[in-house]
Design a protein around this ligand. Structure first.
Ligand code: KG4
Ligand code: ZN
Length: 344
């Protein structure tokens, strides 16, 4: 049995967790920066980096205390090394390196997206490779076939905005504040999705890629028209997003024969309406549907520690000069997609 300490600092959550290779989460703490960023309606990189620098060391101390163990009990340090806001990533990675150096334990540099992608294997011991993964977060919207640890085939990505970004922008347009996803989901429950006509970008197109920029602009026009209730706009937006996800995944299934399950991960996977639609879609395609518990969907360090545990079990570690990476695609061989503002 190995014990891995995980550190996450790539966006606006400072998080630390202790996870055992038998899937027990011994302790985990998350310091959210929502309050610090709220006045700006989004994450301010400089404020985020400073907050990580202030909070990370005490958080590590407290997490070890929660688990009732010292650093000597830890077998390896896993730290997010990208992709993300580079200032924050550097705070977490350098802290992990310093701990690895001082203790002589191995450092494992984790791709944050791999943390999300492997998180369902922490909550679901029976989940076998290869599985189909919808990774939906604030920075990413991708369909991947997960063939193994570090082995990904990207079938689709967004040609403009990520879905979480579209949720956040919709929240801003409707004056719901930050973070937007959960607020839009709450308001959508009170609305009628059939009142406001909104587009479904790329629906039916041959490649299973996503596009959400046009949907976001249509939300803005609907709001500015003054014709609709905010709840109806929120419900229509969420339904349009769901229709796009389902259509694009149906398309991707053709290229993912042999997968053991449909899995959803990333912050947007916390959305209950989206989970429900994906569950129906999976059942229609004869696949089990797996979604990690909500706390494992949004950014956390248990998923980073778990990805570290998977890599540690394979005998992997990284050198102390491992560089922080603002961009770090899971499938480096994936074809770039044509679009207005393509993101990695
Ligand atoms: O994975 P995550 O915590 O951070 C990134 O790596 O991006 O994802 C954050 C994103 C935000 O855009 C947030 O609005 C969205 O996930 N989100 C949701 C919900 N909860 C969080 N979107 C829709 N419905 C939710 N319930
Ligand atoms: Zn994330």
């Amino acid at each position: 049995m190995a014990l891995i300490l995980g550190i996450e600092s790539s966006c606006d959550e400072t998080a630390v967790a202790l996870v055992a290779s038998d899937r027990r989460v011994l302790a985990q703490r998350i310091a959210s920066q929502d309050e610090a960023h709220r006045p700006y309606g989004g994450v301010v990189p400089e404020i985020a980096a400073r907050a990580h620098a202030e909070r990370l060391a005490p958080l590590i101390k407290d997490t070890l205390a929660d688990a009732g163990c010292g650093l000597d009990a830890v077998d390896a340090i896993a730290a997010t090394a990208g992709p993300g806001l580079i200032g924050g990533v550097m705070v977490g990675l350098v802290t992990g390196k310093a701990m690895a150096m001082a203790t002589g334990k191995p450092l494992i540099a984790i791709n944050h997206l791999e943390g999300h992608a492997l998180s369902p294997r922490l909550s679901d011991p029976a989940l076998e490779f290869p599985y189909g993964l919808l990774l939906v977060s604030g920075g990413h919207c991708q369909i991947l076939r997960v063939d193994g640890v570090g082995r990904f085939c990207r079938l689709a990505t967004t040609i403009d905005d990520a879905l979480g970004e579209a949720f956040d922008k919709t929240a801003k347009i409707l004056g719901l504040g930050y973070p937007g996803g959960p607020a839009v989901e709450r308001l959508a429950r009170e609305g009628d999705a059939g009142v406001v006509p909104l587009p479904r970008p790329l629906l039916g197109s041959k490649e299973p890629h996503f596009s959400f920029a046009g949907l976001k602009s249509a939300v803005l026009r609907a709001k500015e028209s003054g014709q609709y209730r905010d709840a109806d706009i929120a419900a229509a937006f969420q339904q349009a997003a769901i229709d796009c996800l389902v259509d694009r995944l149906e398309r991707a299934f053709d290229a993912m024969r042999g997968i053991t399950a449909l899995v959803v991960a990333g912050g947007v996977a916390a959305n209950q309406a989206i989970r429900g639609a994906l569950e129906t879609l999976a059942a229609r395609n004869g696949l089990p549907f797996i979604a990690p518990p909500l706390a494992l969907c949004t950014d956390n360090a248990a998923m980073i520690a778990w990805a570290g545990a998977e890599r540690f079990a394979m005998g992997q570690s990284d050198p102390l000069d491992f560089a922080a990476r603002p961009r770090w695609p899971l499938d480096p061989d994936a074809e770039p997609v044509r679009g207005a503002g393509v993101k990695a």
